[in-house]
Design a binder for this molecule. Structure first.
Ligand SMILES: *[C@@H]1O[C@H](CO)[C@@H](O)[C@H](O)[C@H]1NC(C)=O
Ligand SMILES: *[C@@H]1O[C@H](CO)[C@@H](O)[C@H](O)[C@H]1NC(C)=O
Ligand SMILES: CC(=O)N[C@H]1CO[C@H](CO)[C@@H](O)[C@@H]1O
Length: 565
């Protein structure tokens, strides 16, 4: 049967293939040119003999039309891939499948249903399958090329499983490389069996390790955010070193940010954040997180990614620096720095619970907050409640000294002179007076910006501190007197002096006095407090000496005063 018709195949509205009779011999594709085709049945037969899909289509229209148009909307890989598939057919299934076209052919084979039930043993699907078995012999660049094609063939490459195979192969090679002889270009003798992981931070070899483990970063910059996500998930499931993954993600984000449009940047940053979030957080550098945070300030990130980023930063707030925290306020807020952000960081940091946080980490954050509070205190727009929230965010045990806070409160009261007495009181209550040094206490007691009750509190606590210190010293002394008189006969006179002063101190304090007279009273007392501080310091030194001299026999010298009393 012979009839004239055109075979027109519209592939994804990209290109229209008009097939002419010369095509059979020349493998020529003519685009958008209509040529009558006398040998159509022959072409139909060839194509249909390989493709189940076309077979079904042509079968339906058999003999009834003179012009046939097939429209594919979602042909994987588009025109290029369709052409490869045609070549395979017109070459009667004899073709070489290489890493450069295997993924395209495989996707085409699946789409066109080119399987054994249609064309027997030589079908395209099985031929690609055989070639995939050779994957482990592919070179690195062949693998990269295949991966690149997979990216272009999404989502077909994902649903067919070839993307997963390529990623698996890639991650397998990287894991092998980072474990055994890492960088292909370096052949240092010490490289065998070397393994870098986040908890072995050998300072000396960090640089070489970095170049050894990061040689592939550049090669994978072509990945789209979706592919990065798949790669990282594959790495994580294969227990790939999280420190390296983390560095790759940061590198990826940085490298992409210079060229990308704002919406691309946003997607890149979101992906990087989401992936960093699934890693072991001890492998994610706080510095990098802040860098990402800075980039993200100008982007409209999703709420979920923003929260994740803040959570990651908050949980390692002890690694942050003052500069990191001085983030400008978001548009529309009138205070200078984004204080609410820092409060959110703190909330995350403390979420672990005080008992699970080491004192060292807590102290570090407290010192950082002292610096931060001092920095934001002069901001005239900073509301008392927010300032108070900053000061009270950490438990009192986090700070050994409240001197810095005293300085910040002083500054805050200076700038915000219009505060009500009640507001002032609230802020001053946040000061732990017992943890103020003598100097700060004295300054506070003379400071007209502070409510007088705060001044009283400062001095009472100072007095209390001295008393207990003197008490302890007295006990130690009496103990020393009775048990080791011989070793310190020469220091006797000094102790007598200090005892005199204790008496003086105890006799002159009457803090219940009327608060009008108080300031004058307190000022007069000031020098005595200073003197007593000096004495105390001397006594402490002496005490330490006594303890030392008795150290061999006393294993727990700290409880010495109590033992003797
Ligand atoms: C696949 O690529 C190889 C090498 O580039 C080529 O020889 C072969 O013909 C290609 N296969 C098809 C079906 O086009
Ligand atoms: C010091 O110790 C003696 C007894 O050793 C005691 O009588 C005296 O009250 C103590 N003084 C103080 C200030 O605790
Ligand atoms: C501060 C002081 O005078 N210390 C002396 C206490 O007594 C011992 C033993 O006599 C001396 O060695 C110290 O110098």
């Amino acid at each position: 049967m012979e009839f004239f018709c055109d075979l027109e195949v519209d592939v994804n509205s990209e290109e229209t293939f008009m097939v002419d009779k010369n095509f059979v011999s020349k493998f020529l594709l003519v685009f958008s040119v209509t040529i009558n085709l006398s040998t159509f049945p022959f072409l139909v037969k060839i194509l249909a003999s390989y493709s189940g899909r076309l077979c079904k289509l042509f079968g339906k229209s058999k003999g009834t039309t003179t012009s046939l148009k097939v429209v594919f909307h979602d042909f994987p890989g588009g025109a290029e891939c369709f052409e490869l598939m045609l070549r395979f057919c017109y070459n009667f299934g004899r073709t070489e499948i290489t890493p450069s076209n295997i993924t395209l052919l495989r996707c085409a084979a699946e789409f066109m249903e080119m399987k054994s039930s249609v064309s027997g043993a030589g079908n395209l699907f099985e031929q690609t399958e055989k070639s995939f078995e050779e994957m482990r012999y592919w070179t690195w660049s062949e693998l990269l090329m295949a991966l690149k094609q997979c990216q272009g063939l999404l989502p077909a490459s994902d649903s067919s499983g070839i993307l997963e195979r390529c990623l698996d192969s890639l991650v397998g090679r990287l894991a092998l490389a980072s474990e055994a002889s890492p960088c292909p270009s370096t052949s240092s003798p010490d490289s065998s069996g070397f393994r870098f992981s986040c908890d072995t931070k050998s300072t000396e070899s960090l640089k070489t390790v970095f170049s050894r483990t990061s040689w592939w970063f550049e090669d994978l910059l072509f990945l789209s955010p979706v592919m990065v996500e798949m790669l990282v998930k594959s790495m994580v499931s294969r227990k790939f070193d999280h420190a390296i993954i983390s560095r790759f993600l940061v590198y990826f984000q940085k490298s992409k940010s210079c060229t990308a449009s704002s919406s691309e940047k946003c997607r890149n940053v979101e992906t990087v954040i989401d992936m960093l979030y699934i890693l072991d957080q001890s492998c994610v550098s706080c510095k990098s997180l802040f860098e990402i945070h800075r980039v993200a300030l100008n982007l409209k990130l999703s709420k979920s990614s923003r929260n994740k980023l803040e959570n990651m930063i908050g949980s390692q707030l002890d690694q942050a620096t003052l500069d990191n925290l001085l983030v400008p306020s978001p548009y529309g807020m009138n205070h200078l720095y984004d204080v609410n952000l820092v409060l959110r960081f703190l909330k995350v940091f403390l979420r672990e619970g005080f008992c699970h946080l080491s004192a060292m980490r807590l102290n570090k954050v407290a010192s950082l907050m002292d610096l931060y509070i001092a920095e934001v205190a002069p901001d005239p727009y900073l509301k008392p409640l927010i300032f108070l929230a900053l000061v009270t965010a950490l438990p009192e045990s986090a700070r050994d000294s409240y001197d810095e806070i005293y300085g910040a409160v002083d500054m805050y009261l200076e700038v915000h002179s219009g505060l009500s007495e009640e507001e002032k009181m609230k802020i001053c209550c946040a000061l732990n007076h017992e943890k103020l040094s003598a100097e700060s206490c004295i300054q506070l007691s003379q400071n007209p910006k502070f409510p007088s009750s705060s001044a009283v509190q400062a001095l009472i606590s100072q007095q209390f501190k001295l008393k207990s210190l003197l008490h302890a010293t007295n006990n130690t002394k009496s103990c020393a007197d009775s048990s080791s008189r011989a070793t310190e006969a020469g220091n006797e006179s000094k102790k007598d002096k200090s005892e005199e002063q204790v008496v003086l101190f105890a006799g002159s304090l009457d803090l219940q006095a009327d608060s009008k007279n108080l300031r004058a009273h307190l000022q007069g007392m000031q020098w005595r407090v200073m003197e007593l501080e000096k004495v105390c310091r001397k006594m402490q030194i002496q005490m330490a000496k006594i303890m030392k001299s008795r150290a061999p026999s006393q294993s727990h010298s700290r409880s010495l005063p109590r033992l003797c009393s």
